[in-house]
Design a protein around this ligand. Sequence first.
Ligand code: MEV
Length: 387
Amino acid sequence: MNEYSSEISGFHKLSIEERLKIIKEKVGLNDEETDILQNFGYFEPQAMDMLIENVIGSYQLPYSIACNFKINGNDYLVPMVLEEPSVVAAASNVARMARKYGGFHCEKIRQVMIGQIQIVNLKAVEDAVKNIEVNKEKIIRLANDQDPILIKFGGGAVDLEVRPIDTIKGPMIIVHLLVNVLDAMGANAVNTMAEAIAPLLEELSRGKVLLRIISNLATHRIAKCKATFDKDMLGGAEVVEGILNAYAFAKADPFRCATHNKGIMNGIIALTLATGNDTRAIEAGAHAYAALNGYSPLSCFEVDPFGNLVGELELPMALGIIGGLTKTHPLARISLKILGIKKAEELAQVAVALGLCQNVAALRALAAEGIQAGHMKLHKRKAEKID
Ligand code: MEV
């Protein structure tokens, strides 16, 4: 049991130093520990204090580069921020195996997000649905009035879907506003539009609007990629067969599938963090997408006529390159420079290629020498370096 009380009134109103002093006294931190907390690195402490509430320090992680990526004919050095050994080495290794057959081929991605508006207290659901559908253009126009800049650059609300659903609290209508958010993650633009059209939707439906919020299940912003991984570089026909068996295992068993998909997210989240994007949004979207038809692997595998492994990966990828932390975090800007990308679409293509690589690397290791061998090799190297 802790001896301190966690009840601190007005904590958020204090300066960083004042907050740290209170925590230091309450939990008994020593000077070395408070010095570590106060090391803000390349950030001004005030900038950190503006980002979230109750800040007392900053937290650092390794920043690393995965090599060998060729995606749609372009080479990329991929920044990754994470704490787990072997992940970056594994990604670089498998990206090299894909180069022999042209690297990763990624499809075009529409940058369309969904804003959800929930309508309750409906007297006549069918009439309400019809009335909303008839006034679709008017609703879209009103949404677009909120963001002239997005419209100027070619984005904006593009469509509306009306979904009556049955719930434990009775019938509801869920309106989906589809918004092309261009190079942003999109939450701000979409939430502003969803809130702006709510009164009109209440009028048209004669119901009451409750939630107005973006959906992280971004099914209109799906990133897809495909690559062929050389059989011999993977370790031969037996390893390829092992990977297909691992995939079959994940397809048949949700306990394995969660870990299979976690391996994919190892890469994607590391890149998401390195570029200042919202890791929770990407993670939520990925697992919701995996669960759409019963929780399934996000990737799929087969062999080509020559025995090489062909992998595909597909998942929602709401990554932005403008706005929020992508703009204000110095390392996020540097990450985009290292990647050399100018469009959010390209970032999503890199992310999905990285995810596929990470997945193949994990399955290869598991099907061949086992995951601990790679980990142990890297640990040994680290120990030698320290000695
Ligand atoms: C560990 O971070 C990721 C793996 O567990 C993924 C997998 O099992 O496929 C190795």
